[in-house]
Design a protein around this ligand. Structure first.
Ligand code: PEP
Ligand code: MN
Length: 343
């Protein structure tokens, strides 16, 4: 493990830190004269990395060595493929989740994503249909065979949501709700974990670690943009993070261009940028009448645009040998606005 230390530490400050490293079972060696780069040799334990990161004299752990955390790719570890209902995601399998921001009406639900419980910034905004929304999702799933992803906000609702959802979403506002992360880790369903809007990549991965550490290996990471100084887009899509995550973790990574852009006209370019950066899939807000959507209508694309984007995605991912999953069980007769089944 390689550890970067604070500048100008005195021997009195260094000695207890070195003693701690030795107590943890490591050999210690400085790699520079300024004694800021400390190499630790020996067998690691995954609890050690955060223990050192939490130390006031440690700036960062540069290379974790063999103290791999559960998300880490490690030596030669293949991509994890998460099976969401009938849809494989990761390891060269690309998938698109699409649907309205909130579950609204039964007939608009012939598509995959939709929030029954909505985390709204204002308590006066539409909060979602709750249990009624879940019942609609369950009915659509039963009728069409389509897989469903929906958000859970409250640890007390996890069991109820898990009964309906093929894939449980943790939204950006809940990314550091650690009891909720542990609870979904125990729910026995794949988890879609969105990056906190103010989370570093490291914090994002540690949120994933909570779910993994509860025994759930089916975690999909979602970059949905972080808060920035510029209001041109709703959030700043961090494609650098996508490229990093694709390399650093074995978990599938998807991109949400809708919440990143906040504008329907930018969804296509951000979606394609995410896939080029290494994302395994997309989650997109789509609405048959965006002007009347009860939430996030300004960023919802039309069904025609979704169809066109799906074809673009198919072409793009085939360039590097990846495949876009088809939802074979969905009967097109149940999707009146779609010529082809859409995931
Ligand atoms: C959503 O996908 O419905 C949502 C609320 O997104 P986020 O948590 O990224 O804001
Ligand atoms: Mn939304």
């Amino acid at each position: 493990m390689l550890v970067r230390l604070r500048h100008g530490l005195t021997s009195g400050e260094l000695d207890p830190l070195l003693a701690l490293c030795r107590d943890l079972g490591y050999g210690t060696r400085f790699l520079d004269e300024g004694r800021r780069l400390l190499e630790l040799s020996g067998q690691g334990d995954r609890t050690h990395r955060t223990r050192l990161e939490d130390h006031p004299d440690v700036v960062e752990v540069v290379a974790p060595g063999d103290s791999y955390e559960l998300h880490a790719r490690g030596e030669g570890r293949p991509d994890t493929v998460v099976q969401i209902g009938s849809v494989p995601l990761g390891g060269g399998n690309v998938a698109i989740a699409a649907g309205p921001c909130s579950v609204e009406e039964y007939e608009r639900l012939l598509i995959l994503r939709g929030g029954a419980y909505k985390p709204r910034t204002s308590p006066y905004s539409f909060q979602g249909l709750g249990v009624v929304g879940l019942e609609m999702l369950a009915a659509v799933r039963d009728e069409t065979g389509i897989s469903v992803v929906t958000e859970v906000l409250d640890p007390r609702d996890v069991e109820r949501v898990a009964e309906v959802a093929d894939w449980i979403q943790i939204g950006t506002r809940s990314a550091t709700n650690f009891p909720l992360l542990t609870e979904v880790g125990l729910a026995g369903k794949p988890v879609l974990l969105k990056r906190g809007f103010g989370a570093t990549v490291r914090e994002f991965l540690l949120s994933a670690e909570y779910v993994l550490n509860a025994g759930n290996e089916d975690v999909v990471l979602c970059e949905r943009g972080v808060r920035s100084f510029d209001s041109t887009t709703r959030n700043l899509l961090d494609v650098g993070a996508v490229a990093h995550l694709a390399a650093a973790t074995h978990l599938p990574v998807i991109v949400d261009p809708s919440h990143a852009a906040g504008r329907a006209d930018l969804v296509r370019p951000l979606a394609l940028a995410g896939l080029v950066a290494g994302a395994d899939g997309l989650i997109i807000e789509v609405h048959d009448d965006p002007a009347t959507a009860r939430s996030d209508g300004e960023q919802a694309i039309s069904l025609d645009d979704l169809r066109a984007l799906t074809l673009d995605v198919q072409r793009l991912v085939s360039l590097d040998g990846r495949v876009l999953s088809e939802l074979s069980e969905t009967s097109p007769s149940h999707a009146p606005n779609a010529k082809e089944p859409i995931q």
